[in-house]
Design a protein around this ligand. Sequence first.
Ligand code: HEM
Length: 563
Amino acid sequence: MDNILLEVGAQQLAPWLTMISSAIFIAATSVFLVSIWTCVVKRPPSSSPPAARLPPGPWALPLVGNLHQMALGSSLPHRRLRDLARQYGPVMRLRFGEVPIVVVSSAEWAKLFLQAHDASFAARPLLPAASIVFYGGRDIAFAAYGEYWRKMRKVCDVGLLGTGRVKSLYPVMEQEVCKWIHASISRTDNAGISSKSDESGDPALYSLPPPPAGADHEPINLSRSLFDLGCSINSRLVLGMSSLGQEEVGVFFSLAGQLMKAMGGFDLVDLFPSSELLRRITGAHGELKKLHAALDAILETVINDHVTKRSAAKNIDDEEEEEDLVDFLLNLKENNEHRQSPITNSDIKAVILDLLMAGTSPWIAVVEWAMSELMKHPRMMEKAQKEVRHRFDGQGEIVDEAGINELQYLELVLTETLRFHSPGPLNLPRENQETVVINGYQIPAKTKVIFNSWAMGRDPDHWTNPECFDPERFLHTSTDYKGHHFDLIPFGAGRRICPGMHFGTTIVKLVLANLLYRFDWELPNQMKPPDLDMSERLGLDLRRKNDLVLVPIPYHHESIEVA
Ligand code: HEM
């Protein structure tokens, strides 16, 4: 019955249903045709894409911009910027005073900026303080992207990597590390160190006397001691062939240390670089200028000494005279004398200061952090020591360059330290000369672009347990720090990648290998590994907040003597 009624009803409704479905069909077809017309016929030509927008970012106050957000909480800038990026995204817009800033915090975006658009971001903003220290940006790091920068960068690529006429630097490093171990760690002074390289010209091999019997195991301040080592290596590489006495060299490095501190400090003028008034009222950078003038005078002496020695060597036709970095720069100056843009003494001084500053502090930070992590993780310390001792024991060699490059676990420790404690957590900023559009975001010309390599190294989308120090995470991956894997860019990437990467990692491994080979290490005052404080402080580099103080206990090898 119900079925008959339904059937009758359906028959009566049929014409209506037909009419309704026809109407729906006509309406749908019209909508479809109209939308096609709008999309295809009325659509603006493809050469004018939808207007690009600025990257997202927190709201900014009129004068200070986003400074107040940076001041919130007690965390350091790289941590605060990571927290803000979690809210606003991996490419984020900020403004500090009058300086527009974009912060890049993910590997995907870093790859777009530093690979796909590398040429557009190959310049650096010349910060007012850097302009004073580096003679208006005549160094490498702050030089305008162009011919001069290319020429000076070769100083690093050729001079520091030891090719060309400049002697390989490894024997110098090895010698200085060896002396340092005696003077600062074993405290046996330099007595007994003999350098066979002086006699034979071979890469340096040294014999060490055994540590004094019954010597007390006193704690040493490894952080300060590493600074001394940095000074003596630099002194050999840069000032070594000048007539400066020990005292003058000491003054030079003390001034350089103060200059670095002053550069790392906060200055209002950096936030309003266009304000001449502010510059005058605050007497901006007074301290920096004074320190710089004192260093300038010493560097001028160093250059003059080199010039005198070179002309004396020419007179006696001494082809074999050893060259150092200053000679290399003086050669460059002589070769460019008749060109349109000759190289001046100020240029040479700028590059020397650059290499002293960029080239010392970061590797010291890496050694400090690596030793701290190994002290916190005794199992890792044991593994690293076993490897070094196995490789070098009884072979008559003391951690030579070929040997340290075979230390696989040490390389893993180094890589993990660079991931977990990127010494320059915000790298060095870049700047674009023209407006660039990347993935729909507009980056206006003259934006300061910051790469938070520290945040990328701890990005949970890329790393398992990112907050754990675990060297073995790199055991079965091809990921390295050389600028091809954008989740790990402690040396930057692209054309302005750090030119001292090889030099820096070599010295870190050399120092660590020596420390692990020759000593067992303890924390002072019966401190337990979990109690070791790992707080950070950010100056020019990310360092330990408190100096690392450790007790070295000489390890008695069966054979330390060089055969
Ligand atoms: C562990 C040690 C080091 C770390 C972590 C480090 C890190 C960096 C970073 C992040 C940059 C910026 C790269 C970019 O913009 O993409 C840089 C640039 C630079 N570094 Fe290093 N660096 C180290 C050691 C050294 C050493 C030993 C030297 C020289 C002796 C050096 C000289 C320079 C110079 C001259 C630049 C500027 C390059 C340019 O603008 O073309 N660095 N470094």
